[in-house]
Design a protein around this ligand. Structure first.
Ligand code: HEM
Length: 143
């Protein structure tokens, strides 16, 4: 396993852990009618940054991974092999979409003045992103 692959593999624990924490924090804040404080802002921002770092590591890993050379055999070869399709198509596309959703939640919460609405934007969009991430993790190889 290359160094980058190990980093991407270990960083995934941090991403999933921090996302779950931020989502719970947002729903607890919303349903106990708490004010959205600087602490909540920091937790949500931390989850956003950790996820974006994973996205960057993933993008680099994609092009240096030995699996990438499978594209030389053509689209049919990649799409016809479920493992290659997962690593080269489904995992990257779904996870990029997940990061877009998480980023949207972050941007939308900033435009809200009410604490409840801020918590909900973070909670819902981060949760949607997390569900997408979990749907395309190579569970046969990880953890
Ligand atoms: C942002 C959230 C992401 C998470 C939580 C995540 C998580 C993971 C996990 C858990 C693995 C399995 C590691 C292992 O087998 O030890 C993996 C593999 C991989 N990921 Fe991601 N990933 C993310 C984003 C991305 C993106 C955006 C790309 C590419 C554009 C990408 C490319 C890859 C590749 C190429 C592998 C396979 C490495 C190999 O074994 O050759 N990942 N990812």
């Amino acid at each position: 396993m290359s160094i980058l692959q190990s980093i991407h593999s270990y960083w995934a624990y941090i991403v999933l852990g921090v996302l779950v924490f931020a989502i719970l924090n947002a729903f607890i804040g919303r349903f106990s009618n708490k004010p959205f404080t600087i602490k909540d802002l920091r937790i949500s921002l931390f989850a956003l940054i950790v996820t974006h770092i994973q996205l960057l590591i993933g993008l680099i890993l994609y092009f240096v991974s030995p699996r990438f050379s499978a594209w030389q055999e053509g689209m049919g070869a990649v799409m016809g092999d479920s493992t290659l399709r997962l690593y080269l198509v489904e995992h990257p596309i779904t996870n990029i979409l997940a990061v877009v959703l998480i980023t949207m939640g972050w941007s939308m919460h900033k435009r809200q003045a009410e604490s409840g609405k801020r918590f909900m934007r973070i909670g819902l969009f981060y949760l949607l992103g997390l569900v997408l991430l979990l749907s395309r993790i190579p569970w046969s190889e990880w953890p």
